[in-house]
Design a protein around this ligand. Sequence first.
Ligand SMILES: [Zn+2]
Length: 263
Amino acid sequence: MSELTITGEKQQVPTPAAGVWLSTEGFEAAVGRVRADVVALFADHVHRSIWAPPVIARDVVARTGYPNSFPHLLGEVSTQLDRTDLMLTAAACHHAYPLIAESVLSTPFCIAVEATCFRNEATAETGRFRSFRMQEIVFVAEPEACLRWRDESMERARQWLTGLGVDATVHNADDPFFGPGARLMRATQRDQQLKWELSAPVGDGLRQAVASSNYHKDHFSSVFGFRSQNHHTLHSACIGFGLERLALVLIARHGPEVRTWPV
Ligand SMILES: [Zn+2]
């Protein structure tokens, strides 16, 4: 009988599908440490936490607008016979908005969602996964408070990584929008500073975005109809953490033994 040996500095095992990896026990311990740190980082903000499966209602995804902007990344679930009413989750926060749809919220309202996400990435360099876990914190409040939270939460994340000895930097970013309007949408996103990314070294001499925050303005509150008690317009923002990417960052910085990492 041959013995299955799984080795490798990153403790992830490639599969025949590009950008799809298996985790060893060691890597899973690293993911667990990252998850615990992120949860602790926002424990004073979060009112509710939910854990989502890798699939989401097609109707919800349509309402987010994601299919128009990122049809090249979005996956749908089909049987061998037909389409189903499900899509693959592309962003964990998409599971949060139906929970508060058409409701009156006392603000600020903050919810954490973890989901296994899928994005059909065209490349598969270190840290770029097609299937990965994302922990997202979604914040709903009046516009000024929302923008302030977006900036503070990104700074909180940066300080956490810096405190762990990681060379983490925050920068204004844009998304890989699809189609003829892509350039304009990217420019608008940059000019209005709607998206910030925190990037860090993931190994192999590469840096990747390990967290990103988006300020949605009233996009989701108008689409999903959540509002405040005093009828003021609510805005939303989210910050998402790529758990596997962050595990790679900490393994690259401190080695594969999680118990030797700084607390
Ligand atoms: Zn989000």
